[in-house]
Design a binder for this molecule. Structure first.
Ligand SMILES: *[C@@H]1O[C@H](CO)[C@@H](O)[C@H](O)[C@H]1NC(C)=O
Length: 348
């Protein structure tokens, strides 16, 4: 597998950020070049699910801005081409929101709105009192779909200033807060029980479930001054630092140094959490000292130390040295890219 990688030379450095963070920007530029050269074939990523393509597009577009380049502006134009049928049938209300965010970040409001509107058809009060269904079966309300709606609504409001989006954000956040989605350790579980009781279902606490709503909370604070949104976001990030790390490095529960049970979806999660923490900080301007910024940079440091393989390629395993089971895939590469971009966005 390793022999198939193409190693690309470092591209030009950006003058836009200060010296220490430049190493993260440089690493992100190389990681992105390798991601695209190795895995982006014929304008998309093969059988990789479109939601991961959307997350990758977001990371790449943010890198363009960070590094002062426009290398990846065209990714959004083709990356969903094999997937429009699947996306448009309204059967995956989390996936369409990643797509909406990617389009909005790339400046295509019409497409962002199209996929946001598909997600909005999942809003329903007749099951657990509110929130969005996960998919077309209309039998599960889960964390990711609802958290994403908080962020996509906030982002749509930020761009359009249409008050309906802010209302949607507030309705979904108020519902989520009152629900039993969060476990006693302050981390969100996967979803609510579908036995009519709407209890916390004890499902896996994935890293991205702690990150997906953070930008939405930042927009809520920015546009309403709601200080409790900041306190909620900080509490979630504190719970992550407390409960999802080993020696300061993020660990997905399906990972260990000697075994990897994370699939492509799950290998994508950590990069989302870290990048969305950075998005939260940039919109809200509210770190606690440099606690969260420092955490973001620490994740990039772990990646540069432990996730290495062929130069510029990164595995799924961030928190410790590979004991034999780490994997280098398109999604592990994109996930590392997201964290490296996030670290490059901090003030060093
Ligand atoms: C800020 O972080 C410090 C150090 O972890 C903590 O003691 C303090 O409670 C935090 N402040 C808030 C308001 O969360």
């Amino acid at each position: 597998m390793l022999s198939t990688f193409a190693s690309l030379a470092l591209l030009a450095s950006s003058p836009l950020v200060s010296a220490t963070c430049q190493k993260y920007v440089d690493a992100a530029v190389t990681a992105a070049a390798n991601l695209q050269a190795t895995y982006f074939v014929g304008g998309s990523y093969g059988s990789q699910q479109p939601w991961i393509n959307a997350v990758g597009s977001f990371h790449l577009t943010e890198l363009d801005t960070l590094a002062g380049i426009s290398t990846y502006a065209g990714v959004i134009d083709t990356t969903f081409n094999p997937w429009f049928g699947q996306l448009d049938n309204g059967d995956s209300f989390d996936d369409v929101q990643w797509v909406s965010i990617a389009y909005l970040r790339a400046g295509n409001l019409a497409q962002a709105q199209k996929y946001y509107d598909i997600a909005s058809t999942a809003v329903s009060t007749d099951y657990c009192g509110g929130g969005l269904f996960w998919n077309g079966n209309h039998d599960y309300k889960n964390a990711i779909t609802n958290e994403l709606y908080i962020t996509t609504s906030g982002y749509m409001y930020d761009v359009t200033k249409n008050g309906q989006y802010l209302t949607n954000l507030q309705n979904t956040w108020n519902w989520l807060k009152a629900s039993k989605m969060m476990g006693s350790n302050g981390l969100y579980n996967d979803g609510l029980s579908n036995d009519g009781k709407c209890n916390n279902n004890g499902g896996t606490q994935w890293t991205y479930n702690q990150g997906a709503l953070l930008p939405g909370l930042a927009y809520l604070y920015k546009y309403t001054g709601d200080e409790s949104a900041i306190q909620s976001a900080w509490a979630i990030m504190d719970a992550v630092i407390m409960g999802m790390t080993v020696n300061g490095g993020l660990r997905e529960s399906c990972e260990s140094t000697t075994a990897n049970f994370c699939n492509a979806d799950q290998q994508t999660f950590k990069g989302i959490l870290v990048h969305y923490m950075s998005w939260f900080l940039s919109v809200s301007g509210r770190d606690n000292g440099s606690k969260y910024s420092g955490f973001i940079m620490a994740q990039a440091d772990k990646i540069l130390q432990f996730s290495t393989g062929p130069p510029g390629f990164y595995s799924n395993l961030w928190y410790d040295a590979n004991g034999g089971a780490a994997t280098w895939t398109a999604s592990s590469q994109a996930s590392a890219l997201g964290a490296l971009v996030a670290a490059g966005q901090q003030n060093c």
